[in-house]
Design a protein around this ligand. Structure first.
Ligand SMILES: [Zn+2]
Length: 422
């Protein structure tokens, strides 16, 4: 269903001869714009509905009229209510046999004439409003049904479900699965409340996304080469053999080499050594005791380069994904998001950085004679999984998606409590 059912669609066969509700009939109801005549009992009508009771008292008695028009009401829905009131149960639709459009019209008539107490037993007995059907069809008018018949739990659950599915069209209309949330078919105040929660949820998700990006820009990056603590003997955070840098001749470091720019990190500060920036802490204790080499170790330089590669890959991959989602470079707020929370959450859950791999090459080329590229690669690859994994937000976004606040207001709860008592 991609639109609201209307009178014409839910309309049964066109004008029939006068329909009888059974004796004692003392009034003719003219239903709908076509004025379908129905003979009914005033006593039954008054007993069924406080609205009808008011209609048939006072002035009505004095006027001695025998006809009354109901031009705005759906004929089929009115007939259904009248049949229930006049105990003509065999003419009611069977189990789950009430089409969606007719349920909407029945709900409107039930609310208008305050006949929930006589309609609800049949609604439940014949499962005319089986919730599976409406959840499956994502039909927003289930809200009106639950509101009218006082099913507060279903109302709350369905309102939250709808928040995830609301989208704003180009023309600015509010839709769920292609169905416009028409004010006249929605309980009062609920659409505004759902929109507010939708905005809050979107802003929360976007804030998390942008914090992630800012974290990748400015925060601590590589964890794969934590500086050694004094007394520690080898670097167990990489797959590289620990003997790599301490044997054989070193590759000379060119003073023209590129400066590696690495943001200051939580666990190490950096100093510039002959054009390279290396971790300050590691410099002191990485000098092998047996090495006559320079005052810093070559693999420290390489690690510093690799750290930069690591943070660049993480930042770049995140930025590319967020940009492809349309959320960057101009940062968005809930006001800019027209798609559903479901779609946004799906995109943000899929957001994950590329896991960087780096190769600690210099030590190996010099320390392993006749080393081939493949043995070299397998022995020297550092997979920066722990660096990348900190930049995943799927779990948090999934929780925000699950934990959407309820848009149900006190006035809704009160109304449904009253309806449920009828
Ligand atoms: Zn790393």
């Amino acid at each position: 269903m991609n639109h609201w059912p209307t009178h014409s669609e839910s309309h049964g066969p066109s004008l029939q001869p006068t329909i009888s509700m059974g004796a004692p009939e003392d009034v003719t109801l003219l239903l709908g714009p076509e004025k379908q005549p129905v003979r009914a009992s005033i006593a039954v009508l008054c007993r069924s509905s406080s609205v009808w009771e008011a209609m048939f008292s006072g002035d009505w008695n004095a006027s001695e009229k025998s006809e009354i028009e109901f031009p705005d009401d759906d004929v089929e829905a009115m007939l259904l209510v009248l049949r229930i009131a006049h105990l003509k149960f065999k003419d009611l639709p069977g189990k789950q046999a009430l089409p969606l459009g007719q349920l909407l019209q029945l709900t409107l008539v039930t609310e208008k004439y305050d006949v929930v107490h006589i309609v609800r037993p049949f609604l439940e007995m014949f499962e005319w409003a089986s919730i599976d059907k409406y959840v499956e069809h994502r039909s927003p008018f289930w809200l009106l049904v639950t509101w009218t018949f006082g099913y507060s739990e279903s109302f709350a659950a369905f309102a939250i479900a709808l928040i995830r599915l609301i989208e704003i069209t180009e023309g600015g209309s509010i839709e769920v699965a292609g169905v416009v949330l028409l004010e006249k078919y929605m309980p009062p105040g609920i659409v505004e409340s759902m929109l507010r929660i939708r905005e809050e949820t979107i802003d929360k998700m976007l804030t998390r996304c942008y914090n992630l990006l800012d974290g990748a820009l400015t925060g601590p990056s590589c964890l794969a080469y934590l500086p050694k603590m004094p007394g520690s003997m080898d670097d167990t955070t990489t797959t590289k053999p620990s003997t790599g840098s301490s044997q054989g001749p070193k590759t000379p470091v060119s003073s023209q080499g590129p400066a590696i720019s690495v943001k200051s990190q939580e666990h190490a500060s950096f100093v510039n050594v002959q054009g390279y920036t290396v971790p300050e802490g590691s410099q002191r204790h990485k000098i092998p005791a047996t090495s006559p080499g320079p005052a810093f170790s070559f693999d420290e330089l390489e690690k510093a380069e690799n750290k930069s590669i690591c943070s660049s890959i993480i930042l770049g991959s995140l930025m590319a994904q967020i940009t492809r989602m349309g959320l960057n470079p101009i940062r968005k707020s809930s006001q800019d998001i027209t798609s559903t929370v479901q779609i946004l959450a799906g995109h943000l859950c899929s957001l994950q950085p590329t896991i960087p791999k780096t190769y600690d090459t210099r030590g190996m080329t010099s320390s392993v004679p006749n080393c081939t590229y493949s043995t070299f690669k397998s022995a020297c690859t550092t997979i920066h999984e722990s660096c990348a994994i900190r930049y995943r937000i799927d779990y948090e976004i999934a929780e925000m998606y699950r934990e959407i606040s309820s848009p149900v207001l006190d006035m809704h709860i009160k109304h449904m409590e009253e309806q449920a008592k009828k």
